[in-house]
Design a protein around this ligand. Structure first.
Ligand code: PEP
Ligand code: MN
Length: 346
């Protein structure tokens, strides 16, 4: 069951609802959004039905939702949401480009990648300081030193930072620097991490687990929402299939399906799905045309010497085409056309 409080409900109204629910043996999770407060209830719905919650002061409406996720569902919130990352919107109406290096390696490499990202029209900078690598012998990231480099580059370029947090114990540290916390595919069902990022109150990008169904992905998002954080962006980054020609298979259908089931924005990662530079542009196009609210793309000034994911990183020469594809397809999809950054070849 979900209770949406009226816009003018005060803290004492929320407390009164929580007290009544808890007294009846239920649990109440309060999510405070920018414009309204939502209370998700866990327990016996028949008992809740007898509490006459809809008559309480400050209660807007009470919905009985039987799905395994509630706060992130469209049943509960029919309009699609926009998530703001330091003022940058992600959601319906635009296509937001997040770009940057897979991993932060040096201050020079991070700044050069950020400049490339900006030239392609990116409004958010990605870059991993804590890297979740499949092999323990691969580069694991620079940790806090990498976060500091990102913060310096933000200072220099004005681009807010999206960066991954790998463990629950590192959430506070990463949140000190990040504008948006990324939860990677390998951690989609790390429930302690999801709860920790939910509690910290910064926007979260939740990548789809490479073996996860869309429903499992939404239930993972619900863990974050249940801790009071509805600033969640879903990211489709490819799933495991029998196909070996690509690193993962971009599940284009996941974009409209997730958007129909959930009000959260859905973006696509064409870099980690294909795992190959030559596939980034076609997959980016497919994502936009399927209705994605944004893209997250790897770029690197020198992919040949990249410490992580060089083969999929875009180089400067690719960016004009990416930028034009975003402009043209964004317009075609009836979204806000972004500024034309690269002259069109005549
Ligand atoms: C990344 O974006 O750097 C990353 C590791 O992605 P994924 O979790 O999708 O593999
Ligand atoms: Mn990567």
């Amino acid at each position: 069951m979900v209770i949406v409080m009226a816009p003018d409900a005060g803290p004492s109204d929320v407390t009164a609802v929580v007290t009544r629910v808890e007294a009846a043996g239920g649990e109440a999770f309060v999510s405070r959004g920018v414009s309204r407060t939502i209370i998700g209830l866990i327990g016996d719905v028949d008992v809740f039905a007898g509490l006459n919650l809809s008559a309480m002061r400050g209660v807007g409406n009470v919905t009985r939702i039987s799905t395994s996720y509630k706060l992130v569902s469209r049943e509960h919130h029919p309009d699609r949401s926009v998530v703001h990352v330091r003022g940058v919107p992600i959601g319906p109406g635009t296509v937001t480009l997040i770009a940057g290096p897979c991993a932060v390696e040096t201050p020079e490499q991070t700044l050069a990648a950020a400049r490339m990202a900006q030239a392609a029209g990116a409004t958010l900078l990605r870059g991993g300081a804590f890297k979740p690598r499949t092999s323990p012998y691969s580069f694991q990231g620079l940790g806090e030193a990498g976060l500091k480099m990102l913060a310096n580059v933000r200072e220099e370029t004005g681009l807010p930072i999206v960066t991954e947090v790998v463990g629950a114990h590192e959430v506070d540290l990463v949140a000190e620097y990040a504008d948006m916390l990324q939860v990677g595919t390998r951690n989609m069902q790390n429930f302690a991490l999801l709860q920790a990022v939910g509690a910290v109150g910064k926007p979260v990008m939740l990548k789809r687990g490479m073996n996860a169904t869309i429903e499992e992905w939404l239930m993972a998002a619900e863990y974050i929402a249940q801790r009071g954080n509805l600033g969640i962006v879903l990211c489709e980054r490819g799933i495991r299939t029998f196909e070996t020609a690509t690193r993962n298979t971009l599940d284009v259908s996941a974009v409209p399906v997730a958007q129909r089931l959930s009000h959260l924005p859905v973006i696509v990662d064409p870099s980690h799905s294909g795992g190959r530079r030559d596939l980034v542009l076609p997959l980016a196009r497919a994502g936009i045309v399927a209705g994605a609210d944004g893209l997250i793309v790897d770029v690197h000034p020198q992919p040949d010497v990249a410490l992580c994911d060089g083969p999929q990183a875009l180089v400067a020469a690719d960016l004009g085409e990416l930028s034009r594809a975003i402009d043209d397809l964004t317009f075609y999809m009836g979204r806000l056309p972004s500024r034309r950054r690269f002259p069109r070849a005549s």
